[in-house]
Write a protein that binds this ligand. Structure first.
Ligand SMILES: [Zn+2]
Length: 573
């Protein structure tokens, strides 16, 4: 037989073996050999919505969505004894059917699996470096199986611990230098403290999620917990559901469960890949993420038209990159923005990069000639030079390579307001001019970096993800009270031109989102809509605090479509 035929034969054998095994398990559940029990939700809620009756191999498994906290789980589920028997006898063969295929010996298969685990461990080593997490002196893998995940850590000098109940796997791992115990309690008794705890493809097997809280006892305040579980928004529901998985998550429900167990996320995405630090139990319990019930139900049903879930943003830069840039900038002793906070008053013209700004060059020049200071986002800096406009301030928010394209036609006498994460190469180019830095988030680690560099203040100015929104915040920080905002279109007439002509670099990806406002059809994007909402919140807060006298948005702007320019008077209500 040709090799390709052999592989096809092998794959067919795998499928048939899996199917036969699934039938056998289904029979055990039906006959009662595998007993099932009621499985109440982690949240204590009692309202379940049935979303599936079979798992991915066709084994009967009732999957329910808790209508109080949006967690998905199997209910009823196998009893502890039935699960134990299932794990010992069928779980691996069902999910990793090459054990049944006979093409390799059990030893060869085990070695191959170990090698795959090593690859995952190597990926994790890279991931913690990206997150600016130090290499652990002590690493612990919960459910370490053969110990492959820990092997790269062991080679790099970590002391490695694993929790594993499968005695064959535990012996294999021990032979490769892993200290294996049978339970978290054993580690607590021995007083082991891990700098990194790994929980990869494990939390979805827990029958009691409160057990996760116990991990806090083997961690210090500086330790990190890595959790990966397949997220519902990344894996098709039909492929996700399986007998061994007692719970299923989206980032938001995982976030809530972990917070209930005393953990605080330092990173999380919709793959449900995440890092956490232990802060201890919070009381009382935080609100259940009930609003996610609808989004989860829509996703399982695969609905075409649905409300868009409020996905959290993931910073596109690694923490390491951000911290490295900050450290270099702090070392230059660039003054903090605090030095010029509230140094101004009166009007300011803010230049964002929407296409309508092209028609406004004359109006901007007229304002500038009458003495109104101009504040431009970095990407508009070259546009200003092309139109003979001299900005008094240029604002940079992030550290994309693209940002450098904004700093090519430098004008003398400009004051640069730079987020501390700005690329050091940009700082180098403008170093002879006035520069002030600020942080875009309140971060304990950054404050430590600042203190080490001799700073005694730390200004935090937030603009969500938009440099235009940030510029408005900065204008308030400087003391300006009358805003003239140009190019904050947040909408587009044509998908051919979504930004001003000649603007430097790329902004957010333009994925059209049609909306209707007061009967008018408008093309915007998800992020633009969010920026408009943030701007309106910011203006409203500034107005209520008495730091904003007037604001005008020039050209075609989503904000003018959404808002009539009047402030809601809280006192009159
Ligand atoms: Zn619940």
């Amino acid at each position: 037989m040709e090799r390709s035929e052999l592989v096809a034969e092998w794959a067919r054998g795998k499928r048939e073996a899996s199917a036969a095994l699934a039938l056998q398990i289904a029979g055990k559940i039906k006959s009662g050999e595998y007993a099932v029990e009621d499985a109440p939700c982690f949240c204590g809620g009692a309202r379940d919505r049935e979303v599936a009756l079979h798992e991915r191999y066709g084994i009967p498994a009732r999957i329910v969505l808790c209508e109080e906290c949006a967690l998905l789980r199997i209910n009823p589920r196998l009893t502890a004894a039935a699960y134990q028997s299932f794990y010992n006898n069928e779980y691996r063969s069902l999910n990793f059917p090459h054990y049944l295929s006979g093409v390799a010996s059990a030893e060869e298969e085990r070695q191959a699996l170990f090698d795959r685990q090593i690859k995952k461990g190597e990926r994790l080593v890279a991931k913690i470096a990206e997150q600016a997490i130090a290499m652990p002196k002590v690493a612990l893998d919960v459910g370490c199986h053969l110990g492959g995940n820990l092997e790269p850590f062991r080679r790099l000098g970590s002391e490695v611990w694993g929790i594993e109940i499968d005695s064959d796997a535990a012996a294999f791992a021990e032979a490769r230098g892993v200290n294996v115990v049978g339970s978290i309690d054993e580690l607590i008794e021995r007083g082991v403290k891990a700098d990194l705890v790994i929980m990869q493809d494990v939390i979805e097997h827990f029958t009691d999620l409160r057990e996760v809280a116990k991990l806090g006892a083997v961690m210090t305040p500086e330790s990190y917990l890595y959790v990966f579980t397949p997220g519902l928004f990344r894996v098709r529901a039909a492929a996700l559901f399986q007998l061994a998985h007692t719970y299923y998550f989206v980032a938001n429900t995982l976030h809530w469960v972990m917070a209930e167990c005393g953990f605080n996320a330092t990173y999380i995405d919709e793959e449900c890949e995440s890092f956490w630090q232990y802060e201890g139990k919070r009381a009382p319990r935080s609100a259940k993420p009930a609003e996610w019930v609808e989004y989860v139900a829509d996703e399982i049903e695969g609905k075409d038209e649905r409300k868009m879930p409020p996905f959290g943003g993931v910073c596109k830069f690694t923490k390491k990159e951000l911290y490295d840039n900050m450290q270099k900038n702090f070392a230059r002793q660039i003054p903090d923005l605090y030095a010029i906070t509230q140094s101004r008053t009166g009007p300011v013209a803010i230049l964002a990069g929407g296409p309508s700004v092209d028609e406004q060059a004359g109006e901007i020049k007229r304002l500038a000639d009458s003495g109104v200071p101009v504040m431009a986002i970095a990407r508009m800096y070259p546009w200003c030079a092309m139109h003979g406009i001299k900005p008094e301030y240029v604002v940079s928010l992030d550290c994309m390579d693209e940002q450098e394209k904004g700093f090519v036609l430098l004008q003398p006498g400009v004051t640069y307001l730079l987020a501390a994460v700005t690329r050091p190469a940009i700082v180098e180019r403008v170093k002879r001019e006035k520069i002030y830095i600020f942080d875009s988030r309140d971060d304990v680690y950054v404050q430590k970096l600042r203190r080490e560099a001799g700073y005694t203040v730390c200004s935090v100015v937030n603009g969500g993800g938009s440099v235009a929104v940030l510029s408005i915040s900065l204008a308030f920080n400087l003391g300006f009270r009358e805003l003239h905002v140009f190019g904050m279109d947040l909408m587009t007439r044509s998908l051919e031109q979504t930004h001003a002509t000649g603007i430097a670099g790329e902004s957010v990806e333009v994925r059209p989102l049609p909306v209707t406002i007061k009967g008018e059809d408008i093309q915007t994007t998800g992020p633009w809509l969010e920026f408009a909402r943030q701007t309106l919140d910011l203006l409203s807060a500034a107005h209520n605090d008495g730091i904003l006298d007037s604001v005008k948005f020039y050209g075609e702007s989503l904000i003018n479509k959404m808002w009539d320019g009047k402030f809601y008077d809280e006192d009159a209500a």
